[in-house]
Write a protein that binds this ligand. Structure first.
Ligand code: 5BU
Length: 489
């Protein structure tokens, strides 16, 4: 951009920036610890009515001259919020804002204002450095179903931000780039040629990258958006911030071509170990009710753990912790079973509230190879688990994701694909049992209800010796094929 072509108001604004110390020269230590010979902070400009009005007029002019479709305007918090508001008031355009919440805020909607998915939004920002703040806003807008392709900025610091944003499908239009602004300031005798070339040299030597956390958030959004349907186990193993145990499970399912967990509801250690030996190669998880084992001892656990390592499956103790946190903590870590010392996975009900999770927390001792599933719904007839349960399971899964890895449920609880959904009550013959158990087929559980892993008990363990191998393979095959053909009817 040649400084001779600059709009007189823009020229004046750049001079004002220097006058009001929105542009300063010297030696500044940036947030990143790097020393910079130039400092830009637009607040002294947007805190004053005259430059704010002039700046917002110029920015809106740019939106019009670039022919950018815009139903709404969104400022990047915080400095650009006043610019966006000023544009909206002057030009009668509606505005939305992105909250700047901390990460714990989970999936709560980050966009404030009236909009509908599909509305076109133009982003307004004061200065672009790496583009990280703009991308953060783009992620929030696109997550809310809004269309965003363009951003208008006052000054481009020329540190690669505009280029960085192209990768994310965003065209950034600046009113002026920093080198042209320096030309103006030199012409206005506010800096000399020597200072200017020193700054330009520094700018050219310091290109910026987008912050890694934001890139990861972006990847997550892409993976979720790529299809509204479920991603493959492989893709899910690669989602950022997936629990290490879930990552291992997703990978294991791909490797073993199995999404089968067998419920081994047998009452002697010999029967369980014999069965584990037989089913080991075909399953990814073995589910126990340790309190029904009549001859329990830790030697049995050692042998089972050795089989789990040999055949690569996880041990899931279906203890359904449900008491007050204090008691649950003891049930998990103490007593004859000392469940926390060997179960890779346990589960909990939220009947007594999230205290149960606080109680369990100590037993996980930051061991990333262990995790908990929340019981969100049950397979049995006339059970009392109404819609409050999946809602609360969803809510608390977000807050305890350091050890909550997913849900035991009859249909999906969370759209967050990092969580595993496991469905019990699966049988090829769906007639149920006389005690209220209700069954669905593996296809129904996986294709219609969105299960990632099916839990099969008597469907397999009840098969006669003669039919056992065939039955086991049939379940493994039907469940895995249902996953592979999830998107077909
Ligand atoms: P079955 O033999 O496939 O009916 O065994 C099902 C297993 O899953 C059994 O161990 C139950 O304790 C467990 N289960 C269930 O059947 N339904 C549920 O809603 C929950 C667990 Br939660």
């Amino acid at each position: 951009m040649s400084s001779a072509m600059i709009d007189p108001t823009l020229r004046q604004l750049i001079a004002d920036c220097h006058h009001f110390e929105a542009i300063k020269f010297g030696d500044f230590v940036l947030k990143t610890g790097i020393h910079s010979p130039i400092y830009l902070d637009i607040r002294p400009m947007v805190n004053r009515p005259k430059p704010l009005k002039q700046l917002s007029e110029l920015m809106y002019k740019k939106i019009i001259s670039m022919n950018i479709t815009h139903d709404l305007i969104c400022g990047v918090p915080y400095s650009a919020l006043s610019i966006a508001s000023s544009i909206c008031v002057q030009k009668f355009v509606n505005m939305i804002t992105k909250r700047k919440e901390n990460k714990d805020y989970g999936t709560k909607q980050l966009i404030e204002g009236q909009y509908k998915p599909g509305d076109h939004v133009v982003i307004v920002e004061d200065i672009i450095s790496s583009g990280s703040s703009i991308l953060e806003t783009v992620i929030a807008l696109r997550s809310a179903g809004l269309v965003v392709t363009d951003a208008i900025v006052f000054i481009d610091r020329q540190q690669n931000g505009v280029n960085n944003m192209k990768e994310y499908g965003i065209d950034v239009h600046s009113l002026i780039d920093v080198k042209t602004a320096l030309d103006v300031l030199e012409e206005e005798k506010r800096i000399n040629g020597h200072q200017k070339s020193g700054i330009i040299e520094w700018i050219d030597a310091n290109p910026l990258r987008i912050n890694d956390d934001i890139v990861n958030e972006w990847k997550l959004l892409c993976l979720q958006n790529k299809t509204s349907k479920l991603l493959s186990y492989e893709e899910r193993s690669q989602l950022p911030e997936t629990h290490p145990l879930s990552q291992q499970l997703f990978k294991l399912m791909v490797r073993k071509k199995s999404n089968l967990c067998v419920a081994v509801d047998l009452t002697t250690s010999k029967e369980i170990l014999d069965l584990a030996e037989k089913i080991g190669p075909s399953i990814v998880m073995l589910k126990l009710h340790i309190d029904i084992v009549e001859d329990f001892d830790h030697k049995f656990i050692e042998e089972l753990t050795a089989l789990a390592a040999e055949h690569e499956f996880f041990i899931f103790e279906d203890r359904k912790f449900a008491d007050i946190g204090q008691t649950v903590g003891l049930q998990f870590t103490k007593g004859v079973h000392r469940i926390s010392s060997w179960a890779h996975i346990v589960n909990a009900h939220l009947v007594s509230g999230p205290g149960v999770l606080e109680g369990l927390r100590q037993g996980f001792e930051k061991d990333s190879n262990r995790g908990c599933l929340l019981v969100a719904s049950m397979s049995t007839k006339d059970n009392l688990m109404n819609s409050a349960f999946p809602k609360s399971a969803y809510k608390w899964s977000q807050k305890y994701k350091d050890f909550v890895i997913g849900f035991i449920c009859q249909s999906r609880v969370s759209a967050d694909q990092r969580f595993i959904h496991m469905t019990p009550g699966v049988h090829i013959d769906v007639s149920g049992d006389p005690l209220g158990q209700q069954y669905v087929t593996p296809e129904e559980a996986i294709k219609k209800r969105g299960a990632d892993v099916v839990i099969v008990g008597r469907g397999i363990t009840g098969a006669s010796d003669r039919e056992f191998d065939h039955t086991l393979q049939l379940y493994q095959k039907r469940a895995f094929e249902a996953y592979l053909n999830r998107d077909s009817d």
